[in-house]
Design a protein around this ligand. Structure first.
Ligand code: FES
Length: 159
């Protein structure tokens, strides 16, 4: 008997991952928030056939990203914070801003630039219709970390 060339179907979630919800529920709702591992509020999004996960509160001032629209800027899918309209790329958590090419030129020409990674992105895994998140525990500080403290959890209440 020859072995199949297709990869073995993974039947168990990755170690250190946390169950978020059923795939069909997240796909239907488009988004879901969850307190993961008792320590981090995470927003899981389903957009154009892909799952994304990031810290739930915006790196700028703690805005509720779960109520933001998803729009494309310069070919990159972003969540737009409902508070002050900051744009955050879904894939990398980069903050985008509109830069002016030459302030003295008329008409003004602008283009989108990145401020670098501002929002902590987490890894999403789907196993047998269940969706899991593995927290990104890189020790490098990311701006959105500031809004993951107990203070913000209790002042803004549960998601
Ligand atoms: Fe998100 Fe200000 S809190 S843009």
């Amino acid at each position: 008997q020859t072995s199949s060339s297709s990869p073995p179907s993974s039947s168990s979630p990755p170690p250190a991952s946390h169950f978020i919800g059923k795939k069909e529920d997240i796909v239907k709702a488009g988004r879901m928030t969850k307190l993961v591992n008792g320590c981090r509020d995470v927003l899981v999004l389903y957009h154009q056939g892909q799952f994304h996960a990031m810290d739930m509160r915006c790196y700028h001032s703690g805005g509720a990203l779960q109520y933001g629209d998803i729009e494309e800027f310069n070919g990159r899918q972003c969540i737009v914070c409902p508070w002050h309209k900051y744009k955050i790329t879904l894939a990398e958590g980069e903050g985008l801003y509109q830069a002016v090419d030459n302030p003295t030129a008329k008409p003004l020409r602008t283009h989108w630039r990145s401020k670098g990674v501002k929002q902590r992105i987490h890894k999403v895994t789907e196993v047998n219709g269940d969706v899991y998140v593995t927290l990104n525990d890189s020790s490098e500080a990311i701006d959105s970390d500031v809004y993951q403290t107990e203070k913000y959890r209790t002042t803004q209440g549960p998601a």
